[in-house]
Design a protein around this ligand. Structure first.
Ligand SMILES: [Zn+2]
Length: 148
């Protein structure tokens, strides 16, 4: 079976009238590569790496959710797609890097989530990555994230 690195069916963003995100995911699917593996990341992700440690990199999402003040991604450096593949060090490194970003950006509240495994999660990229999303608060609309 051909290995899938992205799920085009999850790339629809109701407010993205230009369909830019879908076009990017469609291109990645045709190229058959993992956009979050280190050797391909810079081809698809143009935001800088803000911080990193042994297991993870932290960067800002190129396609932040509507209403987000900040939308960071924590991308595991080694290609994994499920929670069970994370080591104890991987978890500790994640906690450390999220804390680094929270301090650096003076974040006093936010949401952290991850989708993993099969294609019924709403994820577009299967390579394991965590989200840290910070709302604009009273000035913005609720942030909606697909999780299934
Ligand atoms: Zn990968």
């Amino acid at each position: 079976m051909e290995k899938k690195f992205v799920n085009l069916k999850n790339a629809n963003r109701p407010n993205d009238k230009s369909k830019n995100y879908e076009k990017v995911i469609d291109r990645i699917e045709k190229e058959g590569v993992c956009p979050f593996c280190p050797e391909h990341l810079s081809n698809y992700h143009k935001n800088p790496i803000i911080a990193e440690n042994f297991s993870w990199i932290a960067t800002e999402n190129m396609y932040p959710y509507d209403g987000a003040k900040f939308h960071f991604l924590f991308i595991h450096k080694k290609h994994v797609s499920t929670i069970e593949e994370l080591s104890a060090k991987g978890w500790a490194d994640l906690q450390e890097l999220i804390s680094t970003i929270i301090k650096e950006f003076n974040i006093d509240g936010g949401s952290v989530f991850v989708r993993f495994g099969n294609s019924n999660t709403g994820a577009t990229v299967t390579h394991l990555h965590f989200h840290l999303v910070v709302s604009k608060g009273n000035q913005g609309s609720p942030i909606l994230a697909r999780i299934g």
